[in-house]
Design a protein around this ligand. Sequence first.
Ligand code: NAD
Length: 501
Amino acid sequence: MRDVRHFVNGQSFEGRSGRFGDIFDPNTGLVQARVQLATADELDAAVQQAARAQIGWGATNPQRRARIMFDFKRLVEAHMGELAELLSSEHGKVVADSRGDIQRGLEVVEFACGIPHALKGEYTEGAGPGIDVYSMRQPLGVVAGITPFNFPAMIPMWMFGVAIACGNAFILKPSERDPSVPVRLAELMMEAGAPEGILSVVQGDKVAVDAILDHPLIRAVSFVGSSDIANYVYARGAQNGKRVQAMGGAKNHGIVLPDADMDQVVKDLAGAAFGSAGERCMALPVVVPVGQKTADALRTRMIAEIDSLRVGVSTDAGAQYGPVVSAAHRQRISDYIQTGVDEGAELVVDGRDFRLQGFEKGFFIGPSLFDHVKPGMKSYQDEIFGPVLQMVRADTFEEALELPSKHQYGNGVAIFTRNGRAAREFAARVDVGMVGINVPIPVPVAYHTFGGWKRSAFGDTNQHGMEGVKFWTKIKTVTARWPDAASEGHTDSSFVIPTMK
Ligand code: NAD
């Protein structure tokens, strides 16, 4: 059986823990490989090497670092097909969607290619008599990223794309469920000319995560995953004096006002609710039509749309989505559907019995639709992370606004309407971090910034864009005076705080 190994100091590294995680082929349900799970000592060895490499890398001029990011981008593009197939084979998403996963990560790398501009500090000439003040952004040193299974290319690139361009050495601990693409990305980063040790991949589980959170040389940790783990990572990392950003789960709402273009809404909702089998933190698993007529119209069209969806293996170019990542996750989704039924919601379309001929052991689940879901229900409050769309009917705009605003998660939300004033008011008042107006999956472009609110993110700095540059650097401010003792003479000691007269 194939072993997925660590990648440390520029080379494949065989772990000695004797512990492994299974990597499944979600299409067949069979174990296709196993991944080595690191010990704390193995993590430490990677960090020590990263720390040595970072000294030279941090001192390399930003334009040279940017050129390596350009070369990395070109290499990833050249290997796009191979990477997308590898990604799909472990994750289960269809290959076209895997290409999107890689492409969205590359867009952050493109942003990072402009790092010389982003790192330019601030300068004030003549802040006082003969005094100039300037600031510089310096790398933190060794930093780490811990990533989820659902975007095994994009999310690592969100993090290391910016962190490495800023002059840090990066330790990546990817999800143990689809760890192969991150290793290929690290190999390509070396091929692009990054020094050994600047991007290492340490495979692992909680042992490796805890070792990262406790390691004194790791200055900052970026985490993306489920909320309870995000909260834990944030608390333990911060307790150990690290800078931590920890993105968590989500339950995004799509608000449909009566004047919306219903044909378009149905298309948008189907893609956003069922694409990638609902395994996206920016999926739209909740739809909130305003008014009973809107709800009835939406329901009828959504049933027809679901009927036309094709679920298939990840290599099926005609399939809209593939299997979910594991048998346990499929069971969890089925259990939530049952919870919804038990709570009294109306299960209009039940995807639980879906089986794909020839792939009966694959982790497939058909699309499901609930109507008459109520805010108090557990199946509404929790993140299901599967191809399940829940309709919560609202009578008024205010009611619809309140639902996402009061939900424990606050990652994304979308409103569908032709009324600009209503959309504008919604965007301003809703208590959620990322808003789409007639855009179902409002993942911001790379030069803006990604981050949710409430239990969708712990810490206060977002991913990528200038927020990312801030997260991966520390600012130093210099106040400089070059007096001419001969002409100005010496000044007396001052025992009060200097102020600007
Ligand atoms: P997960 O929380 O199970 O795993 C994320 C990472 O944490 C993995 O690297 C995993 O190895 C590690 N981990 C798991 N259990 C741990 C533990 N007990 N202690 C320490 N580390 C542990 O998440 P997942 O299932 O891989 O990904 C899906 C989740 O990620 C969903 O909740 C989804 O909403 C969320 N997500 C959020 C965003 C966002 O930006 N807000 C983006 C993508 C995914």
